[in-house]
Design a protein around this ligand. Sequence first.
Ligand code: FAD
Length: 421
Amino acid sequence: MATTDQTSNSQGVDPDQDPTPAMDEQSSTAPGLPLNSHVSAQSIDRKGLDAHEYDIDPDQSASEVQDVITCDVCIIGGGASGTYAAIRLCDMGKSVVVVEKQGRLGGPTETYFDPATKETAEIGVVVWHDLPVVRDYFARFDIPLAKASFATPGVSTIHADLRSGRIVDDYRSASPNAALATYGAQLARYPYLEAGFDIPYPVSPDLLLPFGEFVEKHGIDAVMHTVFGYAQGIGDLLRVPTIYVMKLFGLDVLRNLRVGFLATERHYNGEIYEKARLKLAGDVLLNSEVVKVDRETEEHATVLVKSPSGPKLVKASTLLITIPPKPKNLHGFDLDDTERSLFSHFTNATYYSALIRDSGIPDTVRIRNTGADTAYNLPILPGAYYFAPTGIPGLHHVKYGSPVEMSDEQVKADMLRRLSG
Ligand SMILES: Cc1cc2nc3c(=O)[nH]c(=O)nc-3n(C[C@H](O)[C@H](O)[C@H](O)COP(=O)(O)OP(=O)(O)OC[C@H]3O[C@@H](n4cnc5c(N)ncnc54)[C@H](O)[C@@H]3O)c2cc1C
């Protein structure tokens, strides 16, 4: 069944809206396209380091490395927090070095430029919270912001169970507003969740309940579709402990649902990272890998880095680690037993983003993966959340989630299999 999209406004929340703002109000009326799809999936938890043409010995003594950089703060990871920290520290007169494994800053923020139409599509991050710190950050780089619009006139949504291809005719969603108010009252009991993981002990038993049980306990079934839409990437929503859902769908998300999120007026989210990169210039080491970290010396930590322009030894008064603290990410770090034990407890679900061209889905159609026979009609993951038109003819955006890590190839293959099924 095709349903015409509703628009969310400050009076209420449409539980079926995808948290992806419309690219202007353009929606092509192109007819169905051939089914020889090209999919370019981007695993956001990408592993690939560009191979460098030299080996580096992790035990190489500091004196052997020619290129020594001394700075106040060495930031490992140049995504959202690493880049922002680097800019702020520079503003405060501190010297920094950012070590980033990818060839650009920004982590999951990436804008696709369509060569044919010169239009853009956001591959990863699409909206920003409307907060003074966000507005100031963008203003500093002269990047205009506007309220994100979720209106997609002329686009209709098909609810389909992508396991079978079956259209879910009887899908209905209730207004979530009253239940969201109750959820907000619960969130307000734990204001510290907005700031980090500094949590009072003993942890409230409610926070440890699987989210499905928390929803039942508080009689807030009607929040489920909205939370599922905005907490994409969390994995198995019904089973994940409530604390993680509240971290992802917290008080400030609720506030932004009321006041409206922000998007870049030029539809170019990557611009902030390109400008930050220019500002930081030689203080950023891209395509670079930490080979060894030594925090033992009293005056400074040393970080041996393998970069495309040769090995560097960074001597820093402070280290700021903004990468996921998992053992596979921390090779070469001088972890103590407590750190090693703590970090080996972290697991993560994964969230993938892709653009798919010539999929056969008309440009006026969005497909939402909907469980035909599941609790709350939630789709079974691993699987796509949705295939949504980008506004660029023939190009759909796909968001895909998995409770376990998958390779890019597995995700691409599954996306194509579901479409052709
Ligand atoms: C697909 C997707 C869409 C999203 N959409 C939104 C949205 O619309 N709005 C919103 O507010 N939030 C969104 N988010 C969440 C947002 O992106 C994160 O909250 C934010 O990026 C977290 O910032 P961070 O600095 O902690 O991590 P990241 O931004 O992920 O930065 C970590 C950086 O570390 C680098 N790195 C990893 N390992 C190493 C290593 N060993 N050495 C060197 N560098 C390393 C990574 O390449 C990355 O650049 C989205 C996330 C994803 C995945």
